[in-house]
Ligand binder design. Structure first.
Ligand code: ADP
Length: 441
């Protein structure tokens, strides 16, 4: 028992003893001993009930307790309640100040913040979200986010609750020329934080870079064609003393022409947002790739279509052909003579379509795999150049697959070979066999 409590208890006992002592004397003096004692007990009980009632009333009405004047147990109870009330008042004020400070910080952020519940209903948003997404306070609180921001890409992206990849290049609802990036954070057991950022400047710089590469590539095309044409006109046999030099010049000009073509292909792919809606029959496409591969390999490899499927893909016939032929070209380039290359397609249990190119070539060490699809990333730069590689083949493949919402899986073991598998989502796969499609290069 603490010091104050024991002092209050003593005080109450002394008070009670005093009252009953007085009653005892009064009872003896008046000769009505029991009556005086009974009246005193009743008075004590009434006084205590009054005190209890008074405390309960204050609690029920949420009234503040004042510091009591007297001493004893009731006074101690009231002073304890007074202290607790003060403490909780201060705690509440501190919490409120903290919440206000957080809200002010969120409001001052240049990025839009929207808090969504598990059904994508809007719980709260800051001022930047009003500006960037056109939300209105308080009208839009509680509304479903996808009923207000109706961009189909945003709706698909939110439906998949994509927390690992931000959604880039979304037009701002109030101004189509401005671009937004959206990031979703799962922050509290089913509650979502949507962070919206204005990336117009960044996208503009990216566009300038793309235009620059496309323009330079385009400008280089004509002079290269001319140089190439003149070199083709000179026969090495006519100039035997310069034959080796001529052949090397032809080889290098071909390499440059291929580099320019690949850069233009990448620029074209980057400028697109949609894959297209050709229906591409995969098996005939693999057959035609095999024939092209045979011509390229000139009998140095055994190229087969090992697994077939009657599926068709919805997308761009030209780009799909370009992606698969890049994978096949790499397999031929990085597989020593006598090696085997298998082309296959199959549907997995989730309905996804897997198109793979497997080789028994040199393979890729594990540490290179995460960066292998970057532009100009090569495991062995000298070897790639010797083989006529531009360093852009897998970057093209990745772009084509991104356009088709597909992914690239790579399995490789140095010295044993590699398997590159393009995995297409089920919604791009059609089971029936349409008219045979003749791919164009
Ligand atoms: P490149 O034109 O140099 O082949 P890519 O982007 O097509 O450029 O490939 C990047 C690098 O990945 C290549 O330089 C090569 O080192 C490696 N690579 C790609 N495909 C294969 C393969 N089938 N086997 C072994 N290495 C490969």
């Amino acid at each position: 028992m603490n010091y104050f409590l024991s002092r209050s208890t003593q005080q109450s006992i002394w008070n009670l003893a005093g009252v009953y002592g007085l009653a005892f004397v009064l009872g003896l003096v008046t000769g009505w001993f029991w009556l005086v004692m009974a009246l005193t007990s009743t008075a004590v009980a009434v006084w205590h009930y009054r005190k209890l009632w008074h405390v309960l009333c204050r609690l029920a009405r949420r009234q503040r307790f004042r510091l009591p004047d007297g001493r004893g147990l009731w006074a101690e109870l009231e002073s304890q309640l007074h202290r607790r009330q003060n403490e909780s008042r201060q705690r509440r004020a501190r919490l409120l100040a903290m919440v206000r400070a957080y809200r002010r910080a969120f409001a001052a952020l240049p990025d839009g913040i929207v808090i969504l519940d598990r059904d994508l209903g809007i719980t709260w948003f800051n001022e930047s979200a009003t500006r960037l997404l056109g939300l209105r306070y308080p009208r839009d609180l509680g509304a479903r986010f996808t009923n207000l921001v109706r961009n189909p890409r945003v709706i698909d992206w939110l439906a998949g609750r994509q927390t690992d990849e931000p959604l880039l290049d979304v037009p701002m609802p109030s101004d189509e020329r401005s671009r937004l990036s959206l990031r979703l954070v799962d922050y509290d057991n089913g509650e979502w934080l949507l962070v919206v950022r204005d990336v117009s400047k960044l996208m503009h710089l990216e566009q300038v870079r793309r235009d620059f590469v496309a323009n330079v590539s385009h400008e280089l095309r004509t002079p290269l064609t001319v140089i190439h044409g003149y070199l083709d006109m000179i026969e090495p046999e006519d100039l035997p003393q310069h034959a080796a030099m001529l052949l090397e010049m032809r080889r290098q000009s071909q390499r440059m022409a291929q580099l320019v073509e690949d850069l233009l292909t990448l620029s074209r792919l980057e400028a697109r947002t949609d894959a297209g809606d050709d229906t591409v029959a995969i098996e005939p496409l693999l057959d035609s790739l095999r024939r092209e591969g045979d011509a390229l390999s000139q009998g140095r490899h055994r190229i087969r279509v090992t697994g077939g499927c009657g599926a068709n893909l919805v997308g761009s016939a030209k780009d799909l052909h370009s992606a698969f032929s890049n994978l096949l070209g790499n397999a031929i380039r990085y597989t020593p003579d006598g090696g085997e290359i298998d082309l296959a397609c199959a549907r997995d249990a989730h309905g996804e379509l897997r198109v793979s190119v497997r080789d028994t070539g040199q393979g890729i060490p594990r540490q290179h795999l995460p960066r292998i699809t970057e532009r100009f990333y090569r495991v062995s730069p000298s070897r790639s150049r010797e083989n006529g590689g531009t360093g852009l083949g897998l970057a093209i493949v990745k772009h084509v697959l991104n356009l088709h919402q597909a992914r690239l899986e790579i399995e490789s073991e140095p010295g044993r070979g590699s398997t590159f598998t393009c995995v297409f989502p089920a919604n791009r796969v059609r089971g029936d066999q349409p008219d045979r499609h003749r791919p164009t290069r």
